[in-house]
Design a binder for this molecule. Structure first.
Ligand code: NAD
Ligand code: TDX
Length: 335
């Protein structure tokens, strides 16, 4: 008898990481991926864009819906009866959360709770929650492991930590079958150009300078998006219910070095940046110990920063019109 293919629902599937995950899932030739028609739920906020899924058009089912709406989520779950939920929908940009925390509390906390309740009601088999490294707060030396306390600093990070804790509470209280993933800074094709790397590329394309906050000494751990979504897939396949997994690349770099490497990759002068006013409450460094996922589940990153930046620049040069289509929104945010 043919095994039933699990029905997969992805929230935030029109976003940067969510769309990369949906593309991976659809291209997957294993029993889970092949013949799977994932259900994508996305409100299409400023950050959502179905162009990211154009190459897999017709191979997924799409619902334009707000995860905060109990009614909308209930009707999707009633109709689709998913087996596995990947929850990536979120307000994801730290700078925006500093201007206005409201949508972060709404989507990241309330939206997560609505999804958890619907998932419980419909007895889903697995709930994969994509949290973030920012829930741990900053670390000057050493690395965070999965048992490090959650001490978020920005409103974005606080809202993600609240959601992370809610998932943990449902695991403990209801035996809810969830797994938490905490990835480090992602970059790669289709990232919205509000984040450092695509913003820097867009500014260079516009003959402007790259804005570097403070003195550029803050450190981030850069994870190429394809490695991230492979990690999410690995956790779905082999991860243990009730566990959390860090997902980092070990490619740590000071922002100023990242920007200089990017300028070199773009083939422009090393001077095409300017120091600007620092971000409020700017976390000095994120750094993950990702031994648990590498040792227990066998995942490892494959793309080093230099190579990932090259891939990102090549893609950006071919998709300049998409990046530039976001310019008005970006200028409203930053100027
Ligand atoms: P993104 O901003 O590119 O995409 C978020 C998606 O969620 C968008 O398509 C948006 O339309 C959708 N969305 C927002 N609010 C919604 C709502 N109320 N209802 C339905 N859909 C809604 O984000 P991303 O960079 O792809 O991040 C995906 C997830 O990974 C997020 O949960 C984020 O916190 C997490 N994460 C991101 C990074 C990173 O570096 N980008 C690192 C670690 C963790
Ligand atoms: O113009 C800029 N200049 C600058 O110096 C911008 C936009 C950022 N920065 C700095 C701030 C950070 O130290 O670059 C670093 C990276 O900034 P972002 O791209 O905004 O990412 P970050 O704040 O580190 O958060 C990211 O990683 C964790 C994602 O946006 C989150 O969604 C994820 O959870």
């Amino acid at each position: 008898m043919r095994k039933r293919i699990p029905k997969i629902l992805v929230t935030g599937g029109a976003g940067f990481i969510g769309s990369a995950f949906v593309r991976l899932l659809i291209g997957d030739t294993s029993p889970i991926g092949s013949r799977n028609v994932p259900v994508v739920v996305d409100r299409l906020t400023y950050a959502g864009d179905l162009k990211r899924l154009e190459e897999v058009k017709g191979k997924f089912k799409f619902y334009k819906a707000d995860i905060c709406s109990k009614k909308a989520v209930a009707s999707i779950f009633a109709k689709e009866k998913p087996d596995i939920v990947f929850h990536l929908a979120a307000e994801s940009h730290v700078d925006r959360s500093i201007h206005d925390a409201t949508p972060f509390v709404e989507t990241n906390i309330k939206g997560t709770q609505v999804l958890l309740d619907a998932s419980r009601k419909y007895n889903i088999k697995k709930f994969i929650f994509v949290s973030t490294d920012e829930v741990y707060g900053e670390i000057a030396n050493g690395k965070f492991n999965e048992n490090s306390p959650l001490k978020p600093n920005s409103p974005y990070a606080a809202s993600k930590a609240a959601a992370d804790l809610l998932v943990q509470a449902y695991i403990r209280t209801n035996n809810f079958p969830a797994i938490i993933i905490r990835p480090s800074n992602n970059y790669g094709p289709w990232q919205y150009p509000e984040k450092l790397i695509p913003l820097a590329i867009l500014r260079i394309l516009e003959e402007e300078k790259v804005p570097v906050y403070g003195k550029g000494l803050n450190v981030r751990e850069w994870l190429y998006v394809d490695d991230c979504v492979r990690g999410i897939m690995t956790v779905m396949r082999k991860g243990k219910i009730g566990q959390a997994y860090n997902l980092g690349s070990s490619c740590e770099s000071k922002n100023i070095d990242t920007v200089k490497l990017l300028l070199k990759t773009l083939g422009v002068s090393q001077k095409r940046f300017e120091f600007v006013k620092d971000r409020l409450g700017h976390d000095i460094r994120y750094s993950l110990n990702s031994r648990k996922i590498t040792r227990q589940l066998g995942w490892k990153p494959t793309v080093k920063l230099e190579q990932g930046l090259k891939l990102t620049v090549d893609w950006s040069l071919k998709h300049q019109s998409w990046l530039k289509s976001k310019l008005k929104d970006i200028n409203r945010l930053y100027k």
